[in-house]
Design a protein around this ligand. Structure first.
Ligand code: 2P0
Length: 352
């Protein structure tokens, strides 16, 4: 079923409506592989930086329509993309012990599905907007656990700045929380080499790696050590160690994937050029480190005060690519929604 935004607005009841904004996060110690696919429990813990750029804004309204309506970028979602959202809404309905249908109206500022963390910001915003629309008042930990059920990395976008997702062993123990990082001002430049959706979803790529890569057991054994090293480096505000561990961890994640049958390879020639550029810039004294996720786009970590120079140096070397400069940003929060769906000034701190 397709309803116009105006029809959606008239079927909504004001008290059963909420708009949330969430930013993407980029992992510095990666999550790659689930030990429980239904609950989205990871094999290993992970750690990330929530950015101040490229958010998702999502409005959820309770409606009296016969079915859920899910819009992304103003267009109805269909097939598995839609059912991923409606199954998530089913979880929220069960938590709230309610059965109303909803309309979901979501907008991404970054390309969807291109390894630029749109599912992290998307499910973090959806978790906050949907739980609020259904009258739940979840604390941050409960919200992180809920967001995790939509997409594992979304558990981390609930929090400001650096967040660690504890792998845990069941639904209750697998959640993210903020990591204080006094004296560590991080920045990141995202490159957009290819904005198309990836050919292998991270969900499928993870499954194939877990099931077939002989290197996966080493990843599971090694990642907790790297996570501890990373937390210690953050506590010392040691940017060089943070960057070194992050870059090494990203390469090791891709190494586990390359060992899968058939191999999972997200990077292309343009990605490798960027990796070389990062090494050269570092050699020139601009301290920066590369990381990559489930797509060809390289993300480059630097000190917050070096973001503009780094973005300029990347564009100088590669004038045809897109760059998104970012710094540490805020976690998911509620915002006011203007009539017609546009987001207004933030007035409410969402979730405790
Ligand atoms: C991460 N990625 O830690 C890792 C690094 C991509 C590479 O989390 O299946 O969309 O929904 O739990 O969170 C991307 O995977 O996967 C991801 P699901 P998700 O950021």
């Amino acid at each position: 079923m397709t309803l116009t935004p105006q029809q959606l607005a008239t079927t909504a009841s004001e008290e059963g409506s909420a708009t949330a904004l969430a930013n993407p996060n980029i992992a510095l110690v990666k999550y790659w592989g689930k030990r429980d696919e239904a609950l989205i429990l990871p094999w290993t813990g992970s750690l990330s930086l929530t950015l101040d750029a490229a958010p998702t804004t999502t409005t959820v309204r309770l409606t009296d329509t016969p079915d859920d309506v899910v819009l992304l970028g103003g267009r109805p979602l269909e097939g598995t993309a839609r059912s991923r959202v409606t199954r998530f809404i089913d979880l929220v309905r069960a938590l709230a012990d309610r059965d109303e249908r909803v309309s979901v109206d979501s907008h991404n500022e970054i390309p969807t599905g291109a390894g630029l963390a749109s599912s992290a910001s998307g499910f973090a915003a959806l978790a906050l907007a949907a739980s609020t629309a259904f009258g739940l008042d979840l604390d941050r930990r409960a919200l992180s656990r809920l967001a995790r059920r939509g997409s594992g990395s979304a558990s981390r976008s609930i929090f400001d700045g650096i967040a660690v997702w504890h792998a845990g062993h069941d639904d209750e123990s697998s959640f993210a929380e903020a990591v204080p990082a006094p004296g560590l001002e991080l920045g990141m430049v995202l490159t957009v080499l290819d904005a198309r959706a990836k050919s292998v979803s991270s969900r499928d790529g993870m499954r194939r790696t877990v099931d077939t890569s002989p290197y996966y057991p080493a990843w599971v054994e090694r990642t907790p050590v790297e996570l501890e090293e990373m937390l210690a480096a953050i506590t010392r505000a040691d940017f060089t160690a943070v960057g070194t561990i992050a870059e090494r961890n990203a390469m090791r994640m891709h190494a586990t994937m390359l060992g899968a049958e058939p191999p999972v390879r997200y990077w292309g020639p343009a990605s490798v050029e960027l990796l070389d550029l990062v090494a050269n810039l570092r050699g020139d004294g601009l301290e920066c480190y590369a990381t990559m996720d489930a797509g060809p786009n390289v993300k480059i970590l630097c000190r917050a005060d070096a973001v503009d120079e780094l973005a300029a140096r990347i564009l100088e070397a590669q004038p045809h690519i897109g760059v998104i400069p970012a710094r540490a940003g805020r976690g998911a929060r509620l915002i006011t929604s203007e009539p017609g769906g546009s987001a207004g000034e933030q007035t409410t701190e969402g979730a405790r």
